[in-house]
Design a protein around this ligand. Structure first.
Ligand SMILES: Nc1nc2c(c(=O)[nH]1)N[C@H]1C(S)=C(S)[C@@H](COP(=O)(O)OP(=O)(O)OC[C@H]3O[C@@H](n4cnc5c(=O)[nH]c(N)nc54)[C@H](O)[C@@H]3O)O[C@H]1N2
Ligand SMILES: Nc1nc2c(c(=O)[nH]1)N[C@H]1C(S)=C(S)[C@@H](COP(=O)(O)OP(=O)(O)OC[C@H]3O[C@@H](n4cnc5c(=O)[nH]c(N)nc54)[C@H](O)[C@@H]3O)O[C@H]1N2
Ligand SMILES: [Mo]
Length: 755
């Protein structure tokens, strides 16, 4: 039992009655009991809207209501009865609002009107759409160089909104599309694309019915992909081993009770999920997988016909693994040779393996290379392009994958740009644009002065607020298309606007009638989504309408694109997508009428390798680019901190202060540590502590103060705290060299008694 206030041990299975109770509480708290309850029944239904929670697919979009506590919270949060009217917002200065918590800002409720920042009074005040669009258009049109604008997008935007947004940016003349992928699964897009020819997962939901084993690295589905728990529970119940690698003991991966199982609910029982639960060190995954591959090669547990026919680079990989000695692998991974060999034996005994991974793998300094090691492991066993096997990256936002598919990327390919130019009759810019961190650096340097955000909470999600906040404030113009007020909006530039938009749960009525949008899930399934709630305010506009109106305002009436025609009829936007991507989206409008939608082609899932070698490439890890910061190696005083999401948050949206499955109630200011690491510093469970960054090449003083230490079962040398509270510790420079993704999951820090 912890001495920290509000902290206890959670011993029940995850799920169960606690999850049902939490849904009721979320609906009551957001004053959405009636409407929200009705909304929930439409989530992920054939005629309903796509859940704005995670990107996990739905079982064939059948009519069974798939229960999901955190999906319910996401819906309740959007369908809330609370309203952030101009009167409510302008009653506080922006400086005062800056002192509010992230929770308090969004809990004001839905934005209702366009807002303009008034510098004289330091408040956001009501404006009209016409006035806002005219002024934004004028500032954009006057920009001397289109590359001085940054077009940020979060992953909730529909395919239609994302496609129009990239068209706006490219017609404007830039590829500056930093997006939330740059903080998330970019190492997947980079690593898998190089290795397999496409940066997407290869499995579909049906593969989970056929697999013999699931290997899970660095994701927490009980909280972040709750509908995946139903799938994992089925896998476990039919006796296929689930092997987990996670420095933290995540309760849902140990034991889960399905709220839909009357027996588990009545008996308070549950299903054991993990067959083996290994706790490697933070950043130890590469060494784990190298050790497993070394074991497989040593025991000749390889799929030789597959390796010969389908892969390139086996000799180089084997030679590299031969140089990796066990003492080093044990030290780096934090697991024993016996444990790694045991995991390798389970892998070798399985004919069809699915490997899942999340942010625990992608948010490291060498994440793109780390992702490639996971794929190497699968390739050695031939677990790619066969039923019941493959790689399953757990995507983040509900349409983050789709936005990328329809061209919202800062590194567009030449064929895509040609096709886009052909479709819309212009020559798109070819120079690659900025990632999130590069965009921050450009705003810092003053080489970018306009920021347009399609959703998200850019500055809070990014690393290093001490650098990022002033960078946003330096802008000549910031524009935020949003549903709720957040801190990024408060970082006003010379001029700033907040443009309120419809959410996914709401009816979207345009010139030609009620519209559907489309999204792509983690498994490349594209389907339609249609809101059914009345809009939160009569002044809201849809994201596609707002993007089109911005384009018309900035590019003038003779831009060659009928922007408002597109916004008036989304099927015309889909025609544009189909014309630009005929291989993936031919007959787009017809195909989304099928319930459940359609699957986009994933050539690697059919063993078609669109790589330079024409094969799936086995690529050794680059050890010049270490996963775990060196600092931890030499300096016994330095610990490695990872950051995690609580059960009551959606990224920077903080629904509440509880983290039920980690036994934390009413607070987020905790840091989990091994009791012996605390003792070694003269500290104990429940003590107040400060955390100070210890990056070897970074002289800046980065600290977060007044946290409470909580002793937990995690490896020596490892710490965990919540995102975004720990983000001040991370400099912008700490990122995966190949994808630019910040190393949010491995910050070297010192722990000391609170000052
Ligand atoms: N309810 C809810 N759903 C969400 C989100 C949300 O915030 N709330 N966010 C959405 C988004 S954008 C995303 S990207 C996904 C995120 O989904 P996850 O990837 O599950 O997100 P995290 O909470 O960052 O959890 C990472 C897990 O990795 C573990 N971990 C940390 N460091 C390491 C390491 O070095 N190695 C290994 N093996 N494990 C490690 C942590 O203990 C934790 O269990 O979820 C999406 N869905
Ligand atoms: N330390 C640390 N930092 C991290 C991470 C981590 O694991 N650790 N994870 C990273 C990851 S994976 C991600 S994806 C990023 C998330 O980065 P973002 O995607 O930028 O952040 P969110 O918190 O999801 O954005 C929330 C805001 O989106 C707006 N919003 C919500 N719904 C809608 C909608 O339908 N339309 C529009 N236009 N706006 C809407 C609301 O105004 C809300 O305040 O954070 C990253 N930062
Ligand atoms: Mo994400």
């Amino acid at each position: 039992m912890s001495k920290a206030k509000g902290v206890s041990d959670y011993r029940k299975p995850a799920g169960g009655w606690g999850a049902l109770r939490a849904v009721a509480d979320a609906l009551t708290d957001q004053e959405t009991v009636v409407e929200g309850g009705r909304s929930l029944l439409s989530a992920n239904q054939p005629d309903g809207f796509d859940c704005p929670g995670c990107a996990w697919p739905d079982p064939k979009h059948t009519a069974s209501f798939e229960f999901c506590e955190n999906g319910a919270k996401a819906v309740a949060w959007e369908a809330t009865g609370k309203r952030a009217t101009p009167e409510v917002i302008s009653a506080q200065t922006v400086s005062t609002l800056m002192t509010w918590s992230d929770h308090a800002l969004e809990d004001l409720g839905r934005l209702t009107d366009p807002l303009r920042y008034d510098r004289a009074t330091d408040t956001y005040v009501r404006t009209t759409w016409d006035a806002a669009l005219a002024r934004i258009g004028a500032v954009m049109a006057a920009l001397p160089d289109p590359d001085m604008a940054e077009f940020y997008a979060s992953g909730r935007a529909s395919n239609e909104a994302a496609f129009l947004f990239q068209l706006l940016g490219r017609k404007f003349g830039t590829n500056n599309f930093p997006d939330c992928s740059n903080m998330c699964h970019e190492p997947t897009s980079v690593g898998l694309a190089e290795q397999l020819g496409i940066g997407k997962g290869t499995v579909s939901l049906e593969d989970f019915d056929l697999c013999d084993a699931v290997f899970s690295f660095g994701h927490n589905p009980g909280t972040n992909h709750p509908r995946m728990m139903a799938t994992l529970r089925e896998v476990a119940r039919r006796g296929a081993p689930i092997v987990v690698f996670n420095p933290l003991k995540e309760r849902a991966l140990e034991k889960f009770a399905s709220p839909q199982d009357p027996v588990e609910m009545a008996t308070l029982g549950g299903t054991d999920i993990a067959h083996r639960y290994y706790q490697p060190r933070i950043g130890g995954d590469v060494a784990v997988v190298e050790g497993m591959m070394k074991t497989l090669i040593g025991g000749d547990h390889l799929d030789h016909p597959f390796i010969t026919a389908h892969t390139a680079g086996f000799e180089a990989l084997a030679a590299h693994l031969a140089t990796r000695d066990w003492p080093a692998l044990e030290a780096e991974s934090g697991l024993t040779r016996t444990q790694i060999e045991e995991a390798a034996a389970i892998f070798a005994a399985s004919k069809r393996v699915i490997l899942c991974y999340g942010m625990g793998v992608t948010q490291h300094r060498s994440a793109s290379s780390a992702v490639q090691q996971l794929v190497n492991l699968l390739l050695l066993g031939g677990h790619m392009g066969r039923p019941g096997a493959g790689v399953c990256p757990l995507r983040g936002h509900s349409n983050v994958q789709g936005a990328r598919t329809v061209g919202l990327t800062e590194k567009p390919s030449a064929p895509f740009l040609d096709a886009l130019g052909q479709t819309f009759g212009f020559t798109p810019p070819t120079r690659h644009g900025h990632t999130v961190v590069e965009a921050i650096e450009a705003m810092q340097a003053g080489t970018a002065t306009v920021f347009i955000g399609l959703g998200g909470n850019f500055a809070v999600a990014a690393p290093d607020p001490v650098a990022t906040f002033p960078a946003l404030r330096r802008n000549a113009l910031t524009v935020h298309i949003a549903t709720k007020l957040n801190r990024t909006h408060l970082l006003a530039g010379e001029e700033s606007y907040i443009l309120p938009c419809l959410g996914r749960t709401e009816i979207d009525l345009q010139a030609t009638g009620r519209q559907s949008i489309t999204v792509e899930d983690s498994m490349s399934m594209v389907h339609a989504s249609r809101g059914m709630n009345a809009p939160a305010s009569e002044h809201l506009r849809s994201e596609p309408w707002i993007v089109a109106a911005l384009a018309r305002a900035a590019l003038g009436p003779d831009s060659g694109v009928d922007w408002m025609g597109l916004a008036g009829d989304y099927s015309r936007i889909r025609d544009g997508i189909a014309a630009t991507f005929p291989d993936s989206f031919a007959d787009f409008n017809a195909r989304i009428t099928t319930p459940g939608g359609f699957r986009l082609p994933v050539p690697s899932a059919d063993r078609v390798w669109q790589t330079a070698s024409g094969k799936a490439d086995l690529i050794p890890f680059r050890h010049d680019d270490p996963a775990t910061p060196d600092a931890a190696r030499g300096d016994p005083d330095v610990l490695i901190l990872t950051t995690v999401r609580s059960h009551d948050q959606y990224n920077t949206t903080i629904y509440g202060l509880n983290d039920r499955y980690r036994g934390v109630k009413g607070r987020r200011d905790v840091v989990f540590a091994h009791a012996d690491d605390l003792a070694a510093r003269g500290l104990a469970d429940g003590d107040r502590v400060d955390l100070t960054a210890a990056f070897p090449e970074d002289a800046a003083d980065r600290s977060v103060r007044g946290f409470t230490a909580v002793a937990r079962d995690l490896p020596r040398g490892c710490l965990a705290a919540y995102y975004p509270e720990a983000n001040p510790l991370l400099p912008l420079s700490e990122r995966d060299s190949r994808s630019g993704t910040p190393a949010y999951k491995a910050m070297p820090v010192r722990l000391s008694p609170a000052r």
